[in-house]
Design a protein around this ligand. Structure first.
Ligand SMILES: [Zn+2]
Length: 263
């Protein structure tokens, strides 16, 4: 019997102690991942998104609260075999939330999910071309925004935006989301007063349509007021100093809307 063998009692005691210590260690292991440890994603965003350094302490606090909520409420879906990492989620949420720092801004209320592809993706063509024909061939895209429901992004293009490329697919597509919230028609987000906004945007849109080689704005913005808002938002985030130099009135309108300087 066990009770009469002292060595067996010692061995049992040691075994129980080891099990107790192992279970304590397992319980105290923290969960990993940027969305669960705020310090990690805050450092990552500071490191990759230069504009964060320009925020006031109050805006910074609002920014962190919005990123946290974005990560909690919006679903990320990896497409065509892409596995969405916590880093990808934090970086997309970080760039999108820089666009909603004005007090009272909502967190893209219609948006449910962000789909990420490992590269440019094909979409069926639904819009007729200049001859009124709709192509059978799908078109290649690096980003899309569907009214309300979703934003679709090509990951390598998100990365090049983070590296300073003129094209920023994230702010372009999320500008379409903001546009869809507005009630003043295409190319205008929700605003208290549209008078000055409309005047500046209309003048600058006409100017881009006339310009053969615009110095800052992507000619694609001449397609429609909605694309114009997407394109000028990209210029504001990626080429602030040049935008302020060549289009001071447009820069000022966007600075007042987004709430901070990029020049
Ligand atoms: Zn667009």
């Amino acid at each position: 019997m066990l009770g009469f063998v002292p060595e067996a009692w010692v061995a049992l005691g040691v075994a129980l102690f080891l099990i107790w210590r192992w279970s304590r260690r397992r319980r105290s292991t923290p969960d990993q991942g940027p969305e669960r440890s705020p310090l990690v994603w805050k450092d990552l965003l500071d490191d990759r998104i230069e504009l964060i350094a320009r925020l006031t302490p109050e805006q910074r606090e609002r920014f962190h609260a919005r990123v946290e909520r974005f990560l909690r409420e919006k679903r990320f879906v990896g497409c065509a075999g892409l596995e969405v990492t916590d880093e990808m989620r934090a970086l997309v949420a970080g760039m999108a939330c820089l666009m909603i720092l004005r007090p009272g801004a909502t967190l893209f209320p219609e948006l449910r999910q962000v789909l990420i592809y490992p590269g440019p993706f094909l979409v069926p063509v639904t819009e007729p071309d200049e001859f009124g024909l709709v192509s059978d061939e799908p078109e290649e895209r690096v980003g899309e925004s569907w009214q309300g429901d979703r934003v679709i992004l090509s990951w390598p293009d998100v990365e090049s935006a983070l590296d300073g490329d003129e094209v920023n697919v994230v702010v372009h597509e999320f500008a379409h989301q903001l546009d869809d919230e507005g009630d003043a028609g295409e190319g205008a987000p929700l605003l208290a007063d549209y008078s000055h906004w409309s005047q500046v945007m209309k003048t600058e849109f006409e100017r881009l349509r006339r310009h053969r080689r615009p110095p800052v704005l992507d000619p694609y913005g001449a397609e429609s007021p909605a694309e114009f808002f997407g394109v000028v938002t990209e210029a504001f985030f990626q080429r602030g100093p040049e935008l302020a130099h060549h289009h001071p009135a447009l820069y000022a309108v966007l600075r007042d809307y987004y709430g901070f300087e990029t020049a």
